[in-house]
Design a protein around this ligand. Structure first.
Ligand code: G1P
Length: 288
């Protein structure tokens, strides 16, 4: 069954980039000229996703407005021939009618709980999850690469990326097993935020998932795990007892926009090859 729906949890406070996130949801912080979240939505759409399920929270209303028709703005731009290019860019941000749903996670109980909040909207079909903190710069979208793999393997797939050993305790980490088939890696276990000395590898889960709907039943009774939160990784580890799971080492560069340095790197990388300001940005860096 094709992957038609994607869940994007956008309820987090963005504490690592305060005070900026007091003014604007962290997902809407601009990376050059578009919100970080736009890159993630574009990635999902490139992978064939038709319906985006946003799990929001209080204070995140700007996200809903961003993906809607901006009537006054568009009417104003339409009246000015010289603004046609900008108008086209603005029109592209609108999600198709009926192509987006918004549900609220009322309490910050963890990623697993946020995904569980989308259970009725996703229903009984395989779906994708994209964590919007992570922007992946890639020739072919990270999720599109995973969907290609999924169309051959079925089951469940998590994107992974090797990280320096001193950083494994910040991520979900997988234990690879057996031979790998190109980017596809069979796995025997996964663990959320292991201490460095207990990590089964340095392959970190990167915030892109394709999961079967049976995950929701497991999330519904999932107890708190690492950090006292209901962890998606813990329910995936249980799902792995009955279903096939693969890790996928994607081709691309991930940027964690939830951290100051990751956000700065994302802005830098996107500025350097931006069609309008790339040359000037490269010139600036060369002179810095
Ligand atoms: C979440 C997941 C973790 C994953 C990470 C990727 O953690 O729980 O498994 O490796 O995203 O960014 P968080 O960063 O929300 O603590």
């Amino acid at each position: 069954m094709t992957i038609r729906k994607a869940v994007l949890p956008v309820a987090g406070f963005g504490t690592r980039v305060l005070p900026a996130t007091k003014a604007i949801p962290k997902e809407l912080l601009p990376v050059v000229d578009r919100p970080a979240l736009q890159y993630v939505v574009d990635e999902a759409i490139e992978a064939g996703v038709e319906h985006i399920v946003f799990v929001t929270g209080r204070g995140k209303g700007a996200i809903e407005d961003y993906f809607d028709l901006a009537f006054e703005l568009e009417t104003n731009l339409r009246g000015k021939a010289s603004k046609a290019d900008i108008l086209a860019e603005v029109e592209k941000t609108r999600l198709p009618a009926g192509g987006a749903s918004f549900t609220r996670q009322q309490e910050a109980l963890g990623l697993g709980h946020a995904i569980w909040c989308a259970r009725d909207i996703v229903g009984n079909e395989p779906f994708a999850i994209l964590l919007p903190d992570v922007i992946v710069k890639a020739e072919k979208s990270c999720l599109a690469q995973m969907v290609d793999a999924y169309n051959k393997t079925g089951g469940n797939i998590v994107a992974v990326d090797p990280v320096p050993e001193e950083r494994v305790s910040s991520y979900g980490v997988i234990a690879p097993k057996g031979e790998r088939d190109g980017p596809l890696i069979e796995m025997s276990a996964m663990v959320e935020k292991p201490p460095r000395e207990e990590a089964p590898s340095n392959l970190a889960i990167t915030g892109r998932y394709i999961l079967q709907p049976e995950i929701f039943g497991l999330l519904s009774d999932q107890g708190a795990g690492a950090g006292g939160e209901i962890q998606l990784t813990d329910s995936m580890a249980r799902l792995m007892e009955t279903q096939q799971f693969f890790a996928y080492e994607f081709d691309g560069a991930p940027y964690d926009c939830g951290s100051k340095i990751g956000y700065f790197n994302a802005v830098l990388a996107h500025a350097l090859d931006h069609p309008e300001i790339g040359a000037a940005a490269r010139d600036l860096i060369a002179r810095a």
